[in-house]
Design a protein around this ligand. Structure first.
Ligand SMILES: Cc1ncc(C[n+]2csc(CCOP(=O)(O)OP(=O)(O)O)c2C)c(N)n1
Ligand code: SF4
Ligand SMILES: [Mg+2]
Length: 310
């Protein structure tokens, strides 16, 4: 569905809202994704960020990176604080601002899920983003429920034994008007999804694959390459669900045939965090990929049936 076909025609091409000189590490997926998201949303955006890397890198005094209103929030309060900001602005007659939560996977899939679920159920008019670097990075790499099987963290020193939680599916079960996945490997697709979310009323949920070089033990210049590999091997699927209609987007559209998906071995080998992965865990990761694609197949089949029903 990419409408923005050329990076050169992107609005705010020469303007950054998340300024240079911020404290993100080189190759940080969070930084890349936020810069693109803000180009789609423009300057009338208020950001709420719960405890996370973003919470810190935005500015260690006397510096400040955001060139827009930014609120640091407690770990569990990303969605509830954004709800308050939205209603506060509305009460003052200000309705042309986009209120967005930008939270990590820990702040979303673990500690923030209750507030997020409540805001989704109430249909609060905000965009909620989870930038998923698959662990608690800010506090020194601890596992989250979004960490995949086999990943070494300080709290899973021999590799995580549980599967990754599928939060986009949980959000889709809330019947909100827009759920999407995105990746720093496909900035135009990411841009389009934010552009679309901006104009939809209600809670919009976007889950972004955001590599973290120190946490994933990859060289900083390999960040986008790893994100591309995850799409090519089908471990990360690009899609959107708009008013219940499911669509694959970007390169994932071409991967419905399992034979077209690349093997995952190279993807695991390039990342030091999978250094201890065992053969049976590689099978579990492949099973997780199959589970995700089975869900996609069910969605596509359901839609075909809906279209045929008079
Ligand atoms: C209630 C509470 N518990 C723990 C912390 C410490 N803490 C701050 S950030 C963080 C990890 C955040 O992980 P994630 O949401 O994935 O964001 P990332 O650091 O990966 O960007 C933790 C545990 C906190 N601030 N508040
Ligand atoms: S630790 Fe990871 S997520 Fe945090 S700023 Fe560095 S690269 Fe980004
Ligand atoms: Mg994280």
């Amino acid at each position: 569905m990419t409408n923005m076909k050329d990076v050169k025609t992107i609005p705010y091409r020469d303007r950054e809202f998340f300024l240079q000189g911020n404290a993100t590490c080189a190759g940080c997926g969070l930084d890349l994704s936020l810069r693109w998201a803000l180009k789609a949303l423009g300057p009338k955006t208020v950001l709420v960020t719960p405890a996370s890397c973003l919470n810190v890198v935005i500015g260690i005094w006397p510096k400040a990176a955001p060139d827009f209103p930014f609120i640091n929030m407690v770990f569990a309060g990303g969605a509830s604080a954004a709800t308050g900001v939205y209603h506060g602005l509305k009460a003052r007659g200000i309705e042309d601002y986009t209120v967005m939560t930008y939270a990590g996977d820990g702040g979303t899939t673990d500690i923030g899920i209750q507030a997020l679920s409540g805001a989704a159920e109430r249909g609060t008019n905000i965009i909620y983003v989870c930038y998923d670097n698959e662990a608690y990075m800010n506090t020194g790499i601890q596992r989250s429920s979004s960490t995949p099987v086999g990943v070494m963290t300080t709290t899973t020193p021999f590799g995580k034994t549980e599967q990754k939680k599928n939060l986009p599916a949980i959000m889709a079960a809330h019947n909100i008007p827009y759920v999407a996945t995105a990746s720093v490997a496909d900035p135009l697709d990411l841009y389009d999804k934010f552009k679309k979310a901006k104009d939809i009323k209600g809670l919009k949920y976007i889950h972004i694959y955001a590599p973290c070089p120190p946490g994933w033990r990859i060289p900083s210049e390999k960040s986008v390459e790893v994100a591309k590999m995850a799409i090519d091997n089908g471990m990360w699927i690009l899609y959107e669900i708009e008013d219940g209609i499911f669509r694959l987007t970007g390169k994932s559209k071409r991967l419905t045939d399992p034979k077209k998906r690349k093997p995952i071995h190279d993807y695991l080998k390039i990342q030091g965090r999978f250094r201890l992965v065992k053969e049976e865990q590689i099978k579990e990761l492949e099973q997780y990929r199959d589970y995700l694609w089975n869900q996609v197949e069910k969605e596509l089949l359901y839609q075909q049936m809906e279209e045929k029903t008079p």
